[in-house]
Design a protein around this ligand. Structure first.
Ligand SMILES: CC(C)(COP(=O)(O)OP(=O)(O)OC[C@H]1O[C@@H](n2cnc3c(N)ncnc32)[C@H](O)[C@@H]1OP(=O)(O)O)[C@@H](O)C(=O)NCCC(=O)NCCS
Length: 386
């Protein structure tokens, strides 16, 4: 897939990255990830006004090295002469450790995954980023064509991904079937995705919780009557993995998925522990669970995650309360305890990012009471391949 676009004279090659052999030198694979990370940092800064979403190349390599539960690739557009690419089974060339990149630039990148178990029909997490100076030259369109080729080669029939929009859009909007938030019609991402046959399947509220103020104003952590709270940081004790797997499965089954062509996933203790191991290669976590005193059952949990290299920003992960135990204040109690623990463990933390389905009023009420403020909207787009 080497061609010259109308924007320049250097050839542009769309290629794939997979994991290097275990324990081997990642060579050019890591170097492409470094160049891609520098490019996407600028793209997200232009669009969202912050650099919290910049990923370390080493973290992306770590992701590629763990494909037990999902196939993963980075799809990359390289501008410039590159030698030593290797033909792949999907009909697209691969960068391998020995590829000679010379001074080729990464002008577009996109991570994708394909679940091996519950959603093998789905090529997901697509979020193409094209370098600011290289837009409107057909590179995004070529990236999408490569993604569709990959999807077809893997037997996937739907492509889905997320696009972030800063603030609550004003003016004419594309609306999902459910929920209060739309995305702006007059936006290059909306236009691009609609033109290529994607439909808006769901929207989520992106919100940010300031973590540099006095947390005492939100109250002191306490378990509701009849429950006890357990806090752990870092890697999980394998003894709780079965409980966590059950809660994660309930979370997937009960959270809103809008029109997304997505089957709620089933978690086992083994899968939970494998995911926990991958997370802790480049991140630290704060976890709070609630147990029902009468039965000893773990009935709620929440988790916060922070990259090891980034002190100022963290992410809210899964928060779930088993349906039979809802209405007792457990959701707020575990989140409040996690905030206080995060303050102790990560004293330089300034903010936490979270995303919730626009129609998930109950979760938003809890978040708002803990200081979260709306930052923007995230649209889930999908395309069913014919
Ligand atoms: C959305 C995005 C990926 C599109 O990338 P792109 O490379 O500009 O896409 P293309 O060039 O293929 O198409 C964009 C437009 O350029 C036009 N175009 C394509 N080739 C062209 C050419 N040779 N000359 C002039 N215009 C051209 C297309 O017709 C299209 O026009 P339209 O918007 O009026 O319909 C890019 O805007 C981006 O990176 N945005 C920020 C990151 C982001 O939020 N990504 C989420 C997306 S999933």
């Amino acid at each position: 897939m080497t061609e010259t676009t109308s924007g320049g004279t250097a050839p542009i090659t769309i290629c794939l990255l997979d994991a290097p052999p275990e324990g081997g030198d990642p060579g050019a694979i890591l170097e492409v990830l470094r160049r891609a990370s520098a490019m996407t940092e600028e793209v997200w800064f232009d669009r969202l006004g912050h650099k919290d979403f910049t990923e370390l190349p080493e973290a992306n390599l770590n992701g590629l090295l763990h494909q037990q539960y999902a196939r993963k690739r980075e799809v990359i557009a390289l501008e410039g002469e590159v030698t030593g690419l290797v033909d792949g089974p999907e009909g697209l060339p691969y960068v391998v450790p020995t590829t000679d990149l010379a001074d080729a630039r990464v002008v577009a990148s996109c991570y994708v995954m394909n679940s091996r178990e519950d959603n093998p029909h789905l090529l997901s997490e697509v979020e193409i980023a094209v370098a600011a100076g290289r837009r409107h030259q057909g590179i995004g369109t070529r990236m999408l064509a490569a993604l569709e080729q990959l999807a077809r080669a893997w037997g996937a029939t739907t492509i889905s991904g997320w696009a972030n929009y800063l603030g609550i859009p004003e003016g004419e909007k594309v609306m999902p079937t459910d929920g209060p938030f739309g995305v702006p019609v007059e936006d290059e991402v909306t236009r691009f995705l609609q033109k290529h046959g994607f439909a808006l399947a769901q929207t989520e509220r992106h919100s940010i919780q300031p973590m540099d103020g006095d947390l005492g104003v939100f109250g002191e952590p306490a378990a509701p009557e009849g429950y006890t709270l357990e806090v752990w940081c870092g890697r999980m004790d394998p003894a709780v993995a079965e409980d966590v797997a059950h809660l994660s499965t309930v979370f997937e089954a009960t959270m809103p998925h809008g029109e997304l062509d997505f089957q709620p996933e089933t978690y086992t203790a083994e899968r939970v522990l494998a995911g926990n191991e991958v997370t802790h290669k480049d991140s630290d976590t704060v976890n709070v669970a609630a147990r029902h005193l009468a039965t000893g059952e773990m009935v709620a949990r929440t988790t916060l995650a922070k990259y090891l290299h980034k002190d100022e920003a963290a992410w809210q992960g899964v928060t779930v309360v088993l349906p039979a135990h809802r209405g007792h204040g457990l959701g707020r109690a575990i989140k409040l305890a996690a905030m206080h623990e995060a303050r102790r463990r990560w004293p330089k933390l300034e903010r936490v990012h979270t995303w919730n389905a626009g129609e998930n009023d109950h979760m938003w009420a809890i978040n708002e009471s803990l200081g979260y403020r709306t930052a923007g909207v995230c649209g889930a787009w999908q395309k069913k391949l014919s």
